[in-house]
Design a protein around this ligand. Sequence first.
Ligand SMILES: [Zn+2]
Length: 69
Amino acid sequence: MGRVEKGESCGVSGCSEPAQRSISGSKASMASGLEVNTSNKRVYLCRQHYKEWKKATKEDRENERARWG
Ligand SMILES: [Zn+2]
């Protein structure tokens, strides 16, 4: 889970790095600092933005993490 197909690129506005992770749009919207298109079902994040997203959602992360196992 959480793996990203090759060819996907980061969904953050202005970023074209290859995606490392995909998260659901609702989860992505929990990070108010990230400009992603949360109308999509899945949001793809590059390594850097995934890190930022994790930081921004620190409190929720512990719970969500298990689902990615
Ligand atoms: Zn990015």
